[in-house]
Design a protein around this ligand. Structure first.
Ligand code: GLN
Length: 483
């Protein structure tokens, strides 16, 4: 049963081949048996899962249908989940049981999904390797010596290992797409404002966006359909109808204009990943696409701009974790200042502290214009690059990452080396456009991802291209040995 995709589960439940309760029981047993090898869960929630599964079975028996009714999923541990530990991968929230559900959690719950647990992540979603989690690193099921990517590394490892069919993630600079690429999954970061951020613990508010990770574009379409939509509780959520993503999958690709940015194929890219990416282009051509070389001239400035803006916003967002109202508090504080200082220095890990310091510095009087304001100007230039490119092409295609998954520990002493790995993903967050990563082959047995980018609110187009490619390829069906 663990091999079934969300779409297959929907058909099996509708045909009464199995119940949601049976499926949930089987997956919980599998998580118990296999997750110790991966550490992909921070919390497993068997009681919640079994009660939701029984409720889904009862709703179905009463005549309800719905593609997500009884679908088992997990949530990245920064989505507030009522009554359940929501740690954000941090010691500072080690005891925080959310008093309410995030909008994403509430919507998926109302659709009848079953929550198997909360998934491991880089602390406060800062990282590309899942090694900054207070709850320990996550291992890549394709090679346990390697990272699964981050920051949604637990979501990616669990779905890739068939512990559950799909999971939520968030993407501030690539945290859905990069772990999807490292673990042979499909993952989509929607347009900024497409999915509510209410109840999603903030990292960098102008960049964060929730989305699904799954084993196919079809499953991403199913899950995104359940997550997306206007939410009056999030003032940056856009009041625009949600497309029918499942219907969008079926469109033929004839006449699709694919742009290949020359900056995506320059120095630093593993030549074998370049080859895999170009092989995808050849398949799309046989499906009717035309290809055009394009340029995104400001891409070279994206990493410095992102690594000013994201820490600046984080330094402000994380000021609420002060040891007073909730979360970790140091022992025996001498006075209020000591309580703040020690709670924060004991509660936050090294990477989070580094970013708070960088962000506070970049926002401070005298430096604001030189760093934050300048980074915001670069952000506009990057957005303009995309607007110009999308006047000529329908989607932009390139590699998701310059290299395949690296070894655990390999980039820990050099944060900048890790930041540079985000080069292809962060521009979509800076511009706010949607991006998707899909499986495109293997290099030395490690998965390779190809990224597709589209204009604002064209999630349907991304899912369409990925689905049509997946009908013509079978990379996405490969499972890691032993899982
Ligand atoms: N690797 C990037 C960072 O560390 C992106 C993380 C994310 O998308 N949450 O900030």
């Amino acid at each position: 049963m663990h091999r079934l995709t969300l779409a297959e589960i929907a058909r099996g439940l509708a045909a009464k081949e199995f119940s949601a309760e049976e499926l949930t029981g089987a997956l919980l047993a599998r998580i118990q048996r296999l997750d110790p090898q991966l550490n992909s869960f921070i919390s497993v929630t068997p009681e919640l899962a079994l009660s939701q599964a029984k409720a889904a079975d009862a709703r179905r028996a009463a005549g309800e249908t719905g593609a997500l009714l009884g679908a088992p999923i997990g949530h990245k541990d920064l989505f507030c989940t009522e009554g359940v530990l929501t740690s954000c991968g941090s010691k500072i929230l080690h005891n925080f049981k959310a008093p309410y559900d995030a909008t994403v959690v509430a919507r998926l719950k109302a659709a009848g999904t079953v929550t198997l647990g909360k998934l491991n992540m880089d602390e406060f979603a800062m990282g590309s390797s899942n090694e900054s989690s207070h709850y320990g690193a996550v291992k890549n099921p394709w090679d346990p010596q390697r990272v699964p990517g981050g920051s949604s590394g637990g979501s990616a490892a669990a779905v890739a290992a068939r512990l559950l069919p799909a999971a939520t993630g968030t993407d501030t600079g690539g945290s859905i797409r990069q772990p999807a690429a490292f673990t042979n999954l499909t993952g989509i970061k929607p347009t900024y404002g497409r999915v509510s951020r209410w109840g999603m613990i903030a990292y960098a508010s102008s960049l964060d966006q929730g989305g699904p990770l799954a084993r196919s574009a079809e499953d991403c379409a199913l899950l995104l359909g359940g997550m997306a939509g206007f939410d009056p509780k999030d003032s940056t959520c856009v009041d625009q109808p949600v497309d029918d993503y499942l219907a969008a999958l079926q469109r033929p690709l004839s006449g699709l204009r694919v742009g290949l940015p020359k900056e995506y194929f320059g120095a630093g890219l593993d030549a074998r990943i370049a080859d895999a990416t170009l092989a995808v282009v050849e398949v799309l051509k046989t499906l009717g696409a035309t290809v055009k070389d394009i340029s995104l001239p400001n891409m070279q400035h994206a990493i410095p701009a992102y690594y000013v803006i994201a820490p600046a916003e984080a330094s402000s967002n994380l000021s609420r974790f002060d040891g007073v109202r909730f979360g970790y508090r140091c022992e025996n504080p001498h006075n209020l200042e000591d309580l703040y200082k020690r709670s924060r220095s004991e509660g936050f890990g090294a990477e989070v502290q580094r970013r708070i310091m960088v962000g506070t510095y970049a926002l401070s009087a005298g430096y604001y214009d030189a760093y934050y304001l300048k980074a915001q100007k670069i952000r506009r230039l990057i957005k303009n690059d995309f607007v110009a490119a999308f006047a000529e092409v329908d989607v932009i295609l390139g590699p998701t990452t310059p290299n395949p998954a690296w070894k655990l520990g390999e980039k820990n002493d050099d944060p900048v080396a890790q930041y540079l790995e985000d080069i292809y993903t962060i521009t979509a967050n800076l511009a706010g456009i949607p991006g998707l990563s899909m499986p495109a082959g293997f290099v030395d047995g490690l998965p390779v991802g190809v990224q597709l980018l589209a204009p604002y609110f064209q999630e349907g187009r991304l899912l369409n291209v990925a689905h049509q490619y997946q009908l013509a390829s079978d990379w996405h069906t490969q499972a890691p040995a032993g899982f």
